[in-house]
Write a protein that binds this ligand. Structure first.
Ligand SMILES: *Cc1c(COP(=O)(O)O)cnc(C)c1O
Length: 390
């Protein structure tokens, strides 16, 4: 990701910024597209992972659909060229205003997360004399084996409708003349690296689709959600997620009936590796118990490490070539922290790094998903900038 020319280019730039490797982004999108096309699977990009205009333009150009979780995401997707027939809208708390936005946009489908929401969408659709396509988001109680902060498919999570409520769903669907049932939807969590988890999900989906059919509601769309993980520890050796392996699990274990469509909603796996947060060391504080490197980026630019206890690889780009030539050079341990007035504003503790100095350029890798989109203006910080490889 960082050749010598790129690092030299960074020397003249103001930090912090998100650096986007658009070549790697395209390579990733192509790998996903090829792997999903093989089985005729449909992929919707989960826009919340990154809505940088250049990123979404690249994604749209490959023909992916959009998975939105707010009314503004629905409008942004359509304004950026995503086909409205490939826009889906999920979320546990869709406001009336957002539902109306999506109804006006004639999106493909609402992924509905409660019985009350079914009635509200029906009412709002009726007022517009429209019929809304709905898929039922089912909480399958499948453990995603990921961090509990980013697990969404267990009984204790707020998302989706639990299986013991499905009889009420059927009753509601029968009453709602302005809804059209198109399918079932699942999303069990994020940063899932154990493909066995998806096998368990397939088994649940197979049971659920039979159940709906038995109750007179044939399922046209099986939407399996997203969550495929990336390698945060080895971004250079594994820059592209295992799309082949991922889709093959669904090919092998999902019972797809004639005429059915299989949909996916990938966010992180499409965008995470193609960006890094680039920052400079402002101050080095050498202590008795701890050494601190204070960067000019903090939780206001990248909050994942603080919010989810997430690991992201930290590199000193200025000292990298020196390290390669002098392998024996001793490394030091530093807590790499940001400038924000919060004790939690720490990217990582005890990071082994070559001796680092004020002005050194650092990269925090794998920052393309849930990075720039979660940046904030806390402490009245400047809006974080973006720099592109081309
Ligand atoms: C966030 C989200 C996704 C994407 O998750 P990733 O882990 O980024 O792939 C997909 N579907 C829904 C409903 C989501 O909320």
């Amino acid at each position: 990701m960082f050749d010598t020319n790129t690092i030299t280019r960074f020397k003249d730039l103001e930090t912090p910024f998100y650096y986007y490797d658009l070549g790697l982004l395209r390579g990733t999108l192509e790998a996903c597209k090829n792997a999903s096309d093989k089985y005729g699977f449909h992929v919707h990009y989960a826009m919340k992972a990154n809505f940088n205009p250049k990123v979404i333009a690249a994604i749209q150009s490959y023909g992916f659909g959009a998975d939105c979780v707010s009314g503004n995401e629905v409008s942004t997707a359509i304004a950026n060229g995503f086909d409205k027939s490939k826009v889906v809208f999920a979320g546990v708390g869709k406001s009336d205003k957002e539902i109306n936005t999506a109804l006006d946009a004639d999106i493909f489908c609402f992924n509905v997360e409660s019985i009350q929401e079914l009635f509200i969408i029906n009412e709002l659709a009726q007022a517009k004399n429209k019929k809304a396509n709905v898929a039922i988001r089912i909480n399958p109680n499948v453990d995603a084996h990921t961090h509990h902060f980013i697990t969404t498919g267990l009984d204790e999570n707020k998302f989706g409708i639990n299986s013991w409520q499905l009889h009420d769903v059927i009753d509601a669907l029968r009453k709602c003349a302005n809804l059209k049932f198109v399918g079932i939807h699942f999303h069990i969590g994020s940063q899932i690296t154990d493909l066995e988890v998806y096998k368990n999900l397939c088994n649940r989906i197979n049971e659920m689709q039979d159940w709906f059919e038995d109750h007179g509601f044939p399922v046209k769309v099986l939407n399996t959600g997203g969550g495929l993980g990336v390698d945060y520890h080895n971004p250079d050796t594994n820059p592209i997620a295992d799309f082949e392996g991922y889709f093959k699990v669904f090919k092998d274990f999902l019972k797809v009936k004639p005429g059915q469509e299989v949909h996916f909603e990938l966010g992180r796996a499409l965008v995470a590796q193609s960006s890094a947060l680039v920052s400079r060391v402002l101050y080095v504080k050498m202590g008795q118990k701890k050494n601190f490197l204070v960067l000019d980026a903090g939780m206001t630019e990248l909050i994942r490490p603080m919010l989810y206890q997430a690991y992201q690889k930290i590199e000193n780009l200025s000292r990298q070539s020196a390290v390669r030539s002098q392998r024996s050079e001793a490394k030091l341990k530093y807590d790499v922290v940001g400038p924000i007035c919060e004790s939690t504003d720490c990217f990582q503790k005890d990071v082994e790094l070559p001796e680092s100095f004020r002005g050194d350029i650092f990269a925090i890798r794998t920052a393309g998903a849930y990075g720039e989109v979660m940046s904030s203006g806390y402490n009245l910080r400047d809006k974080v900038q973006s720099v592109y490889s081309e």
